[in-house]
Design a protein around this ligand. Structure first.
Ligand code: NDP
Length: 399
């Protein structure tokens, strides 16, 4: 009999987290897994329900002010209640075999690093980790003999297309973008797009932030960088193509002319399940494709004028150093200001570009980080610079 796997899920109350818990339950739940830690933010009811149901050792909310509610919700159970960023890190240090990293944003960096340091297999949904600190994260995994498995659907698709292949034979990697809800919108209409409109993703059901990042193509911009960091391919060999049906998730081109496409219904439980069960495959509840009913799949080039995020990502990859950390932080701040109503949709890219320009002029971006602290310091600095840029932009807009 094989040992029960110890699993932790960071970001358990989010879209990826809930899909992960769904798969864990379908695969036997508490009877099949030792659930070590589950983390969430403000959704205490969902966190406590999951922790009770899956008999977790500990449930952690990222926010200290939520601890009394979490304690109350877990009263009478054997689940310990913890709160705050330090508690998250301590939870990631608890021995586990498999850890899902699905906190949104740079807040997810530290727990992923700690999970790798204790040798866990890290299922990485938090793409911000690779964007902000890719070389450090890969080095941390190598140092501790730990493995990172991609959860982003495009990267899971590339990973699967590469099984049994020699990276030396890979000519190019193509990741697809749905184009988001504004694929066909003219620039003047884009400028007036609302948060609700930006969240209406045509194919995927996701958290608020990643849905809006899909509408700006910032999500694809992060994924470009993620591809470079995860697979170690040079930027000019990574392409983005708009594919509105979201059926082909990525393609790998080989030196004999073959182009291997990974296809599937747009349901994150496929990629999560692949990472959960790797190197085996197990049944997941995703819809099976009816190709005849689909009829046709279409592909088109992204429009760089209306969606500047991809151009910015290429500049970030060329710069290296701390540029990825600055890019991600500036993007998060611009997004905060858009959600809060202070910035227009098209202003988000302008704020990110202004932030990168200012930090580049100060010669801060090309510095190679020596550890996570350097990345977090840049993250902090870029947030300050981006907030100034956002306020200046909003002020100019109102004037
Ligand atoms: P959600 O917004 O749905 O969930 C985010 C999770 O992080 C929630 O558990 C939330 O808690 C928690 N959280 C929020 N803020 C903090 C914080 N400051 N500290 C600690 N925890 C926090 O996000 P998604 O599930 O959509 O995305 C998660 C990650 O996966 C992101 O990096 C995203 O880019 C990536 N990803 C998502 C995909 C998707 O389909 N959704 C696809 C591919 C990648 P609470 O809700 O309780 O406040």
């Amino acid at each position: 009999m094989t040992a029960r796997r110890r699993v932790s899920v960071f970001g358990a109350t989010g879209s990826i987290g809930q899909n992960t818990l769904d798969l864990l339950r379908r695969q036997g739940g508490a009877a099949a897994y030792d659930v070590v830690a589950l983390s969430g933010g403000r959704n205490i009811a969902a966190l406590a329900d999951a922790a009770r149901d899956l008999q977790a050792d500990v449930a952690i909310t990222a926010y200290r002010d939520c601890l009394p509610d979490l304690r109350a919700a877990l009263a009478g159970s054997d689940v310990a209640a913890e709160a705050g960023p330090e508690a998250l890190i301590a939870a990631a240090e608890r021995p586990a075999d498999w850890v899902m990293s699905a906190i949104v944003g740079a807040a997810g960096l530290a727990s992923g690093f700690r999970a790798l340091a204790q040798g866990a297999t890290l299922a990485l949904a938090n793409k911000e980790s690779l964007v902000a600190a890719g070389p450090l994260l890969m080095a941390e995994a190598a140092r501790h003999g730990a493995r990172i498995l991609p959860v982003d659907s495009e990267h899971s698709a590339v990973f699967q297309a590469l099984v049994g292949e020699d990276m030396a034979a890979v000519e190019r990697i193509v990741i697809t973008a749905s184009g988001g809800p504004f694929r066909d919108w003219p620039a003047d209409r884009l400028a007036r797009a609302t948060v609700a409109e930006a969240m209406a993703h045509p194919n995927w059901s996701m958290g608020q932030r990643i849905s809006i990042d899909s509408a700006t193509l910032f999500n694809k911009a992060l994924e470009l960088i993620e591809t470079k960091e995860y697979f170690g391919v040079s930027p000019e060999r990574i392409e983005v193509v708009v594919h509105p049906q979201s059926i082909v998730h990525a393609l790998v081109g080989f030196n004999d002319g073959a182009l291997m496409a990974h296809m599937g219904a747009p349901d994150m439980r496929h990629a999560i399940g692949y990472a959960l069960n790797w190197p085996e495959r197990r049944e997941t509840p995703v819809a099976r494709l009816d190709l005849a009913a689909l009829g046709q799949l279409t592909f088109e080039a992204p429009d760089p004028a209306r969606f500047p995020a991809l151009r910015l990502a290429r500049a970030v990859m060329d710069t290296g150093g701390l540029a990825g950390a600055a890019f991600n932080a500036a993007k998060e701040i611009a997004l905060d200001h858009f959600i809060a109503g202070g910035l227009g949709f098209a202003d988000m890219a302008a704020v990110v570009e202004a932030t990168l320009d200012r930090l580049a002029a100060q010669e801060r971006l090309t510095i190679a980080p020596s550890g996570l602290d350097d990345v977090l310091a840049m993250d902090h600095l870029a947030r300050v610079v981006a907030a100034e840029a956002a306020r200046a932009r909003a002020g100019a807009g109102q004037g």
